[in-house]
Design a protein around this ligand. Structure first.
Ligand SMILES: O=C[C@H](O)COP(=O)(O)O
Length: 260
């Protein structure tokens, strides 16, 4: 087993339904029999209960496989008058182990500032959830050679508010905005370069965390480009959008991660 167990997390975004969950579990039951990678399903919150029930019902057949559940977002608040929001405690109660924080779609479309992202990161950990923190530069930022600067800013604010040791229980997802949902993924070299940068930045403060934290790549990952991306030394799997909605493709990605 590699030092860092690869992970494949499927972010359904606002897609899918309980039939997709059933289809995935049917495939997992026959094809996912080892624990060399961890698989995480992040359905819309309304389907968390269906996935939880499927996890429970398939415990025997999944024996040996690590399939877990995550949410796509949480409130930075614990409880109160926040219509439409879901707290970390509620997600934990629903059986989630992970929660995606700071996805570019939330930063861009829902006004989530880096401060809010840092608060959500803290709220997740407070309630026993492991945050999957998304960072990534826009196309213009890359063209202006500001990739490392943007990533460092996004990381530093979470470090400032939560301390580096908070990354002991966290996962980072590098998702360049220009690759999310565009069909144009980063090259394996581009992904490796940024992953190595993230790892070294965290290593400056804690070599242990730098070495052990899992860093996923996200952005137009498909079965045809995953093997080369996942094979990079600092890439520990993927955060998958579109391809997580196709059970055959998602299963292929899981098996690619298992042999990475
Ligand atoms: O969270 C997942 C990412 O945004 C990647 O989405 P994508 O695989 O559809 O490009």
């Amino acid at each position: 087993m590699a030092l860092r167990r690869p992970m494949v997390a499927g972010n359904w975004k606002m897609n899918g339904n309980s039939a997709l969950a059933q289809e995935l579990f049917k495939k997992f039951a026959t094809k996912l029999q080892n624990d060399s990678a961890e698989v995480v399903l992040c359905p819309p919150s309304i389907y968390l209960e269906s996935v939880r029930q499927l996890l429970e019902a398939n415990k025997q057949t999944l024996d040996g496989a690590l399939v877990r559940m995550g949410a796509q977002n949480l409130s930075q608040h614990d409880f109160g008058a926040y219509t439409g929001e879901i707290s970390g405690q509620m997600l934990k109660d629903s059986g989630c182990r992970y929660v995606i924080i700071g996805h570019s779609e939330r930063r861009r479309m829902y006004g989530e500032t880096s401060n809010i992202v840092a608060e959500k990161f803290a709220a997740a950990q407070k309630h026993g959830l492991t945050p999957i923190l998304c960072v990534g530069e826009s196309g213009p930022a890359r063209e202006a050679r500001r990739t490392f600067e943007v990533i460092a800013e996004e990381l530093d604010i979470v470090i400032e508010k939560n301390g580096t040791m908070a990354f002991d229980n966290a996962i980072i997802a590098y998702e360049p905005l220009w690759a999310v949902g565009t069909g144009k993924s980063a090259t394996p070299e581009q992904a490796q370069e940024v992953h190595a940068f993230i790892r070294s930045r965290l290593s400056e403060v804690s070599p242990f965390i730098g070495e052990n934290i899992r860093i996923l790549y996200g952005g137009s990952v498909t079965p045809s480009n995953a093997a080369d991306i996942f094979a990079q030394p600092d890439v520990d799997g993927g955060l998958i959008g579109g391809a997580s909605l196709n059970s055959s493709e998602f299963l292929s990605l899981c098996t690619i991660a298992m042999s990475a």
